[in-house]
Design a protein around this ligand. Structure first.
Ligand code: HEM
Length: 442
């Protein structure tokens, strides 16, 4: 009885939008149930909707209402690039405004967004980022030094520490050991924010989790503002991002918002993608052999192909949010202003039509020839394309090469790890647990 009811509710439905006619099909399940499925198993929920309703479907999510998912190359190109002026990314990011601040790039639209992006572009440019390699190598070597042959290591935790250290030193340019030690404790707690605080502003009260979070944020801010004040008083010659930003006409609050934005969007994503890389490659012996050889021979093209394939098969996030600013047409649909869209890069990258056997990790998918860029957008596209893409790629290449040159690893359990939601991230369910089988002589 219950299963037939669920099956009935899962049938395609079309809701009538008063202004426009019909919405794309989607499940009839109550919004609360769809929300739970979307939160608990977003990839399975999205893939099931894609199979049943096609590449443009509507899900109902508590807190967002009807969310139109788009996962065709053409629809995505139009939202991110050709018709980008019809969409507002900042409105979709509103929920994290209380963390990143009003001056954040994530909160800006149009000309303001372009101006803020220009300020951040120079320090995150490939040529500057390349100067961080030595620092990255020393950070990851320090982490690996703790690993002992025969022991179990959860790579996600290790890479969280590595990416945080790189962020504090290369981006914030912090050298003071007390501040570094303090941030090592505070930032992981800050990024482990209770998702309800993001979804429900009413939770941000003066007592309970809301108050604890505000206290944490205030402590992080205190360190960031102290670092900014010192940099203003005695500019460093370093190429760290804050030193380069301090030359720009920015107020202290603007600088703080830029730094916290980079921390919020850049640290966990990179750590998670690194963890997924090892989770997948260690379970694909042929790929592991080829990547290890590529690292020894300095074949950067194959290493990049391996990284790209891991982002495709195990993305740290599935969707990019956009809110329609004006009426927009796609296929037979006419969406009114205010429509919430999910640009589903995760589903685009799992489309069997574009990427045969999409669940399989295959190096040859990206090597020697990459798929067309419209079929694979690991860092998004258009005017909001990831500003940290160069930093992320340099960091991932450096960490992976250093690990593969220093140790041999195998999965702690051969069964694949599930995609587990952690805040906005999808992380390996067992933390990318491995056993160190050998520490290679240096
Ligand atoms: C593997 C790691 C990473 C992945 C997969 C990734 C992915 C993305 C994607 C898909 C977007 C587009 C968002 C949208 O269109 O709404 C984005 C935006 C952004 N990313 Fe990354 N990112 C990574 C690492 C980083 C790092 C290390 C930084 C900086 C330290 C960074 C900074 C940013 C910023 C500032 C934006 C906003 C750009 C804008 O709105 O103009 N990301 N990222």
């Amino acid at each position: 009885m219950i299963t037939s009811l669920l099956r009935w509710m899962w049938r395609p439905s079309r809701w009538n939008a008063p202004e426009t006619g019909a919405w794309p099909p989607g499940p009839r399940l109550p919004a609360a149930l769809q929300t739970i499925m979307w939160v608990v198993a977003p990839m399975r929920f999205g893939s099931a909707c894609l199979r049943r309703y096609g590449p443009v479907f509507t899900a109902r999510i508590v807190g967002f209402g009807r969310v139109v998912h788009v996962c065709t190359p053409d629809g995505i190109r139009r939202i991110l690039r050709d018709d980008a002026g019809s969409f507002d990314a900042a409105a979709a990011n509103k929920a994290i405004g209380f963390v990143v601040g009003d001056h954040s790039l994530l909160m800006a639209h149009g000309v303001t967004h372009t101006e803020r992006r220009r300020i951040l572009m120079r320090p995150l440019h490939g040529a500057n980022v390349a100067t961080y390699v030595e620092l990255m190598e020393s950070v990851v070597e320090q982490e690996i030094r703790r690993w002992v042959a025969g022991t179990r290591v959860e790579l996600l935790d290790c890479f969280q520490r590595v990416t945080l250290e790189v962020m504090m030193r290369a981006v914030f340019g912090i050298t003071d050991s007390v501040r570094l030690a303090r941030l090592r404790v505070l930032v992981p707690k800050l990024l482990d924010v209770n998702p309800l605080l993001i979804l429900l502003p009413a939770m941000r009260t003066k007592i309970g989790p809301g108050a604890r979070f505000q206290k944490l944020l205030a402590e992080v801010d205190e360190i960031v503002f102290a670092e900014i004040a010192e940099r203003r008083a005695a500019p460093k010659r370093g190429g760290d991002v804050l030193s380069l930003l301090a030359d720009q006409p920015c107020t202290d609050q603007e600088l703080r918002d830029h730094l916290v934005t980079l921390l919020a969007v850049g640290q966990e994503t990179t750590a998670t993608q690194l963890a997924w890389f090892f989770e997948r490659v260690l379970r694909t012996p042929d790929a592991l052999k080829r990547v290890t050889a590529a690292v020894e021979e300095g074949d950067g093209k194959l290493l990049d192909a391996a990284i790209h394939e891991s982002i495709r098969v195990r993305p740290s996030t599935l969707d990019l949010g956009r809110v329609g600013r004006r009426t927009w047409r796609l296929d037979d649909y006419e969406f009114p202003p205010g429509t919430m869209f999910a640009v589903s890069l995760g589903l685009l990258h799992h489309s069997a039509a574009l990427h045969p056997n999409p669940g399989e990790y295959s190096l040859d998918r990206f090597y020697p020839v990459e798929p067309p860029s419209a079929h694979f957008l690991p860092f998004g596209g258009g005017s909001h394309r990831c500003l940290g893409a160069s930093l992320a790629m340099v960091e991932m290449r450096t960490v992976i090469s250093t690990v593969l040159r220093t140790v041999r690893l195998e999965p702690a359990d051969p069964a694949p790890e599930r995609l587990a939601p952690k805040g906005p991230m999808l992380v390996p369910g067992r933390g990318a647990a491995v056993v160190v089988t050998e520490v290679l002589p240096s």
